[in-house]
Design a protein around this ligand. Structure first.
Ligand SMILES: [Zn+2]
Length: 283
């Protein structure tokens, strides 16, 4: 596919489009917004931006999304706190780590020379390409299915603010050590993009303590068997990923109390009331 740019004084430039056809087709009917031209000393690169106005969907439910090493957990809550839907997606982390390990192994074997030997550099690039393809492919697919679900429930989509993870001690370290924040950023980027395209509200909340604090009393949580956490103070027990989504949901509700919004019962529980249906929920 080629892109024809009609410039001033009848100049015309034809450019080869390197984006996939489906990606270009997506923007049919959108408004042209702007072009960004970059010259890297050898060639010109042109990015085309499209713009479209979307009608904002008034949220009726809240979808809290918790990103973990091996899964993405989402929970849809009614504004009353009732859990409407719980869903888990596997992440491709193990596959990504395998390619990363290969890269490190090759670099370790040729610590000084890998940059300069073509064959070795190519091998490393191939693993890098695999990582890129797997992670973008996953992020696009996940973003699409999450946004579709959120639209069905007319949810406000709530994510953890990854920028704040760094300052957040253990959980921040966990994210960084195991794969790096880039993967989570990529996933969030796609979720946010797809959700906004559908007119859904997207909010980021501080992730501090979302997976270590009791959603009922705020006490410290302790490991209680496989994937479960419990609170010694109030006896609350729950699945660790589900607990995180409750905390994310609550953080959103306390930041954006929606008094008088259609669909909220006048006697809706206080935001710090525990969503029902959580106790003993596993798997
Ligand atoms: Zn508690």
């Amino acid at each position: 596919m080629t892109l024809t740019l009609k410039l001033h004084s009848n100049y015309e430039v034809r450019l080869r489009l390197i984006a996939a056809r489906e990606r270009v087709e997506r923007f049919r009917g959108w408004g042209n917004y702007e072009l960004v031209v970059k010259y890297d000393g050898r060639s010109f690169w042109v990015s085309v931006y499209f713009k479209r106005s979307v009608r904002i969907v008034e949220p009726r439910t809240v979808m809290a999304i918790d990103l973990n090493f091996d899964n993405v957990t989402l929970a849809v809550f009614a504004l009353s706190g009732r859990l409407l839907k719980l869903k888990r997606f596997k992440t491709p982390h193990r596959k990504l780590l395998t390619h990363r390990m290969w890269i490190e192994r090759i670099q370790g074997r040729y610590p000084r020379s890998w940059r300069f030997i073509r064959g070795i550099r190519r091998a490393i690039e191939r693993h890098g390409e695999k990582i890129r393809n797997i992670s973008w492919g996953y992020a696009h697919k996940l973003g699409d299915s999450i946004a579709e679900l959120a639209l069905r429930y007319r949810s406000a989509v709530v994510l953890e603010d990854l920028e704040k993870l760094r300052e957040n001690g253990k959980r921040g370290r966990e994210f960084n050590k195991r794969l790096g924040l880039w993967f989570y950023r990529r996933v969030q980027f796609c979720v946010e993009y797809e959700a906004r395209e559908r007119g859904l509200e997207v909010v980021k909340v501080n992730p501090r303590g979302t997976s270590s604090r009791c959603p009922r009393c705020g006490g410290r949580l302790f490991e209680d068997g496989h994937r479960a956490l419990s609170c010694k103070k109030c006896g609350f027990v729950g699945d660790r990923d589900v607990i995180a989504t409750i905390n994310i949901y609550r953080r959103y509700v306390s930041r954006y109390p929606r008094c008088g919004v259609p669909g909220v019962a006048p006697n809706a529980p206080e935001p710090d009331e525990i969503p029902s249906g959580m106790r003993g929920e596993r798997g």
